[in-house]
Write a protein of this length. Sequence first.
Length: 119
Amino acid sequence: VQLQACGGGLVQAGGSLRLSCVVSGRTFSRYAVGWFRQAPGKEREFVFSISRSGISTYYADFVKGRFTISRDNAKNTVYLQMNSLKPEDTAVYYCAAGSDPGVDGMDYWGKGTLVTVSS
């Protein structure tokens, strides 16, 4: 399974970005997909995840009301819509796939995409 995250960039505080994660190599609908991030000097942290069916989603408190997640099984893609971005959202964002949407259920990881939020 290969994952490719894209859509990062530089945005001003209050702005929006949409990240995409394209999954290839196996049947996409078999996998839950999650987004994680790692800021400079900090450990990687969980951001958002979505179940195989797309019915269930899970998120970290710090994104509540600002980020949403969705998946398009026909395009093998999961999206992370990020609104009302804050400077503290600056990080490398990674997507991962696995059998379970929980943090411990992620088996495959892609390279990250950098998000920089300026104040």
